[in-house]
Design a protein around this ligand. Structure first.
Ligand SMILES: Cc1cc2nc3c(=O)[nH]c(=O)nc-3n(C[C@H](O)[C@H](O)[C@H](O)COP(=O)(O)OP(=O)(O)OC[C@H]3O[C@@H](n4cnc5c(N)ncnc54)[C@H](O)[C@@H]3O)c2cc1C
Length: 498
């Protein structure tokens, strides 16, 4: 039996950020991860000498002095990971209705570039930028230095992203262009998605979109190193299987059915909320209505991923992501291509270590659970031939669609690896392999956010369901979780002045 100040369940960005913060602040931390490799959606895997990222492909606010950069600096990892800014003239390129539109870096340039395509909408585009800056500014480094992790913004959770865009510009194509660069980054829905999430994600990308050319695993590994350097421990192959309750508090967590018992003063869970509470014996402390809500809230969609390992020197690295739309309704997750549901293909290139070429291209296609539901009961590596054939056919169709924009892409690949939302579900335990956890809903803004504190006194939650998902959102949520233990003013100033 081991005793800690904090036991953290799950080593995704949320768990590792909490572990890094609390171990740096002098607490004895232990992180348990069910998988062999820490990182959750930061995990990369190696094929033929190349690192393939499973989840995160690009992240915003990563220029020096911006908020994500500041957090990584405070974590002590900024000098340990390579960051590469994407093309400032167009970090995202959006293909809609036979045309291509660029999202340029920096708000002035972003507005000027779009105004070239929509000269009559200059004012509307400027207003759109001002709203993004107001909302993104709520978590800016200046706010941290003033002793707050966030300067509010709850009112934007109750506003519709689509309706706000529609109110700012009149050209129907521009409305779609302003949505198209981020809708797949939050599984956007016209009838549900809050302005807050749209703005936080687009703001951070416009101010400083970048990738980690050595793979996101390096970020996870650098944080694990920090946790260990500050006296913390991390166990892999350690699945939390049961909480032990003593009165209204958790006294310990068992891993792998009782193999280990880890006792602590506090417990933080980065696992999906329904799974976290499922580790408890039924208790009157948790109301049935609360538990039901966690299971009936809709999930975001998952992704079908295709990793192309490129022959050296075949595809130039352009430093930008491509969004190839196959539907005129960019808010829809449906789009038929040769009988397959392909609403949009997101293309992320990864630069070769040296030279001007890409070494890997990842294609992501939003995939609804209904497309893979017939294999729900199967486990990774044992799903049968019909699943293998489905993946092959889906990958072929996606490549045929993508080659309309990038002819010759298939021939440039020497190896192709695929995965589906089932793969994500099996590795992360996220229900339905949902890419971003629970779907946020402006109609019920508070019902679709999970609070940090639970009715179990010493059990805190973290991760992508707390506030905003994605690397930045989950990092801010981790700070919110940790502020319950070390104080918001103290922690934000430490981060802001790091
Ligand atoms: C395909 C895809 C592409 C994405 N692209 C981007 C992007 O480009 N940029 C971006 O910012 N975000 C992106 N995201 C979103 C981002 O990856 C997530 O929002 C974020 O990484 C979630 O972090 P987390 O810590 O909340 O959860 P996770 O990363 O899921 O971590 C949870 C961890 O808990 C572990 N765990 C669960 N249950 C237990 C248990 N009982 N015991 C022990 N361990 C347990 C899991 O194994 C996992 O390691 C993408 C997501 C996907 C799926």
């Amino acid at each position: 039996m081991n005793r800690y100040d904090i036991v953290i369940i799950g080593s995704g960005m949320g768990g590792l950020a909490c572990g890094t913060i609390l171990s740096k602040e002098g607490m004895r931390v232990c992180v348990v991860e069910q998988n062999a490799v820490p990182g959750g959606c930061l995990q990369s895997f190696r094929r033929n000498g190349r690192m393939l990222d499973t989840g995160i492909h690009y992240v915003g606010s990563l220029r020096e002095g911006q908020v994500m950069y500041q957090y990584l600096k405070y974590f002590g990892v900024i000098d340990k990971v390579r960051i590469r800014l994407l093309d400032p003239a167009g970090f995202d390129r959006i293909y809609l209705d036979g045309r291509m539109f660029r999202y340029a870096s920096g708000f002035d340039r972003f507005a000027e570039t779009l105004a070239e395509d929509f000269p009559g909408e200059k004012e509307g585009i400027r207003s759109y930028c001002r709203i993004l800056q107001r909302i993104g500014g709520l978590i800016a480094p200046e706010v941290l230095r003033n002793g707050r992790l966030s300067a509010g913004g709850m009112e934007y959770l109750g506003l519709s992203a689509a309706a706000t865009i529609d109110s700012l510009v009149t050209d129907p194509l521009l409305r779609r262009v302003l949505a198209a660069g981020s809708v797949p980054l939050y599984s956007g829905r016209r009838d549900m998605s809050p302005l807050y999430h749209h703005a936080m994600i687009n703001h951070s990308n416009i101010e400083g979109a970048a990738c980690f050319p050595d793979g996101t695993q390096h970020v996870a590994d650098a944080m694990c190193e920090q946790i260990r350097a500050h006296g913390g421990e991390l166990f892999t192959h350690a699945r939390a299987t049961r909480f032990r309750l003593a009165g209204s508090r958790v006294s310990g967590v068992e891993t792998n059915g009782g193999e280990r018992l880890l006792e602590a003063k506090w417990f933080i869970s980065d696992a999906p909320p329904a799974q976290t509470f499922g580790l408890l014996e039924p208790t009157p402390l948790l109301r049935r209505a609360f538990l039901n809500r966690l299971t009936i809230l809709p999930n975001t969609y998952g992704f079908f991923s295709i990793h192309l390992l490129l022959r050296p020197g075949t595809v130039p690295y352009t430093g930008c992501n491509h969004y190839f739309y196959n539907t005129s309704d960019v808010w829809s997750a449906r789009g038929d291509f040769e009988g397959y549901n392909i609403p949009v293909v997101l293309l992320y290139p990864q630069p070769a270590e040296d030279g001007p070429y890409a070494q890997v291209i990842t294609l992501l296609v939003p995939m609804l659970w209904e497309n893979v539901a017939r294999w729900t009961e199967s486990r990774s590596g044992r799903r049968g031939e019909d699943y293998t054939a489905f993946k092959q056919r889906f990958a072929d169709a996606t490549l045929r669609f993508t080659e309309r924009f990038m002819p010759g892409l298939r021939d440039a690949a020497e190896e192709i690896h695929t995965s589906s939302p089932l793969t994500y579900r099996d590795y992360t335990s996220i229900p339905e392999g949902a890419a971003y956890g629970l779907q946020k809903d402006f109609n019920r803004p508070l019902a679709s956010l999970v609070p940090v504190r639970s009715r179990i006194g010493n059990l805190l939650l973290t991760g992508q369901n707390i506030n905003v998902h994605g690397m930045l959102g989950v990092t801010v949520s981790a700070a919110l979780t940790c502020s319950e233990l070390v104080g918001e003013s103290y922690l934000s100033k430490k981060i802001g002045y790091a």
